[in-house]
Structures are given as C-alpha cells and as structure tokens.
Design a protein around this ligand. Structure first.
Ligand SMILES: [Zn+2]
Ligand SMILES: [Zn+2]
Length: 258
C-alpha cells in the first residue's frame, strides 16, 4: 500500500485556518509537532508512536507537550521522539523541565514514561515498517535537519526550516524517484534581508540555491508568511530556474501519496 503524508499544518504562522508545521506519515509517525496536530481527534493522536523533529523552534514543537499529556495514559508504550542532539537538549532544558511542562521522560515513572527520546544526526536513517526516514542537511539559526521519507522505492523530501544549503540540494539530487519536494519559502523578495538574517528562503535565494530536480518531481512551497503567500508564490512563478514543474503552495489538509 502506498504511504501517505497528510499535511496537518505547513504555514509560517497562525491566523484563521493557518496551522504551523506538522506532517502525519500514515497514522503513526509525526514530522514536526506544530499547531496542526491540535486538529486531530484524540483517537488519531493516540496512534502516533514516533515524532521526528526538524528543529527546536516553537512553531515546530508546540503541540508535543500537550499531545503527550492528552494521550500518555491511553497508550501502552511511550511516544518516541527523534531529533538532533541540540534539539533534544533544548526540549529537555526549556520545555520538559518541570516548570514549563512536566518531564514526561520520567512520568509516570522512569521505567514506563509517556515519552522516550533519541538523537540522530544528518545522514542517519530510521526504518519503521516499510517506511524509512533519513535526516537531510539544513541551515537555520538553530541546528536543524530536513527529512527524506521513503516507502516502496518512492520518496518525499522536506527541507524543514532552512536558508540556502548546498548540502541539502546535493542530497536531494541523489534521490531516485523523488515524487514530492517540500521546500520552505518564508519571505517575499522585499524581505530578503530578513530571510537571510533568520536563515529562511525567499524566492530569489531559493532560485540561486536550488539545483535542478527531475521534471516528474512536484515542488510544494511551505512555511509561507501569513498574508504574504500569494506574493511569494507569484514571485516564485516568475523564476525560471525553479524547474519545469511549476511550484505549488502546500496547504493544510492535503494528502500526498508516494
Ligand atoms: Zn525555525
Ligand atoms: Zn518554522
């Protein structure tokens, strides 16, 4: 059966029906835990066994503490969280510290906690059933990764939050049967300075950094700044280096099969 990636949230902010980054792979693996997770039913949340974080920024982790609190007692095993060493350390220090939120890695007991955590590094591959998840390079203001998610020989690549990162594009170019490429573009070209400062893409920096991908790869744009999505997409569509397949804006509610 084809794997499915459900877009729970992919916006650079909130407001109305906008939700921040959270992607549900089949029904048991979450890639980032932004505000989109809050739309899931309690039953759907309870099925999540693994969470892969791209980085520690709030818009990508915000639902995780509440998710664990809501489903922990209903589950018979811990939710397992993967992230870079810096991401895991930041969560332990600033979120699950007993002050902002309980430390669910030792609650209700150290032997049977609601959450366990593992570190990974760029290039690591985690295989879960017929799915494999590989950490891709990213460049952001904190340590970050993207992910390549593969199933049955077909792959979706996701940039996470990143500014121009040649290592990411080198890895993406090596992927055989890349069906979907999800790449962030947070700012308009008017805000190129801000994009550079915060290590995000704007259309011109994406065009300058991006390497060609197969024309059969659909390119999706995520992390659009609220209220600026139309302008960012218009600027992207004026750039001819993006590739032969016109990039489209990713929206919450979409399901990508691969
Ligand atoms: Zn970020
Ligand atoms: Zn973000």
């Amino acid at each position: 059966m084809a794997a499915q990636l459900q877009i729970l949230g992919c916006s650079g902010g909130i407001g109305g029906d906008l939700r921040t980054t959270s992607l549900l792979l089949d029904d048991d693996i979450l890639i980032d835990a932004g505000t989109g997770v809050c739309d899931l039913s309690l039953d759907a949340m309870t099925k999540i066994d693994f969470v892969f974080l791209t980085h520690s920024h709030l818009d990508h982790i915000l639902s995780l503490p509440l998710l664990l609190d809501s489903v922990g007692a209903k589950r018979c095993k811990p939710v397992h969280v993967y992230g870079l060493p810096a991401t895991i350390a930041t969560l332990k220090k600033h979120i699950f510290n007993g002050e902002i939120w309980p430390d669910f890695s030792v609650i209700p007991s150290a032997e049977k906690p609601f959450m366990t955590m593992s570190t990974l590094k760029t290039g690591d591959v985690v295989c879960l059933g017929n799915r494999s998840i590989r950490a891709l390079p990213a460049l952001h203001t904190v340590d970050g990764v993207g992910y390549a998610i593969s199933s049955n020989g077909s792959t979706i690549a996701f940039s996470g939050d990143s500014g121009p990162c040649q290592d990411f594009w080198d890895e993406v170019q090596k992927i055989d049967k890349l069906k979907h490429l999800l790449i962030e573009t947070s700012f308009t070209d008017n805000d190129e300075f801000l994009a550079d400062l915060s290590q995000h893409y704007c259309p011109v920096s994406l065009a300058n950094s991006m390497k060609p991908v197969s024309p059969s790869t659909q390119i999706w744009i995520s992390h659009l700044k609220p209220g600026q999505g139309e302008q960012i997409m218009a600027e992207l569509n004026h750039l001819d280096r993006i590739g032969r397949v016109e990039p489209r804006a990713l929206v919450a509610g979409q399901i990508l099969s691969f």
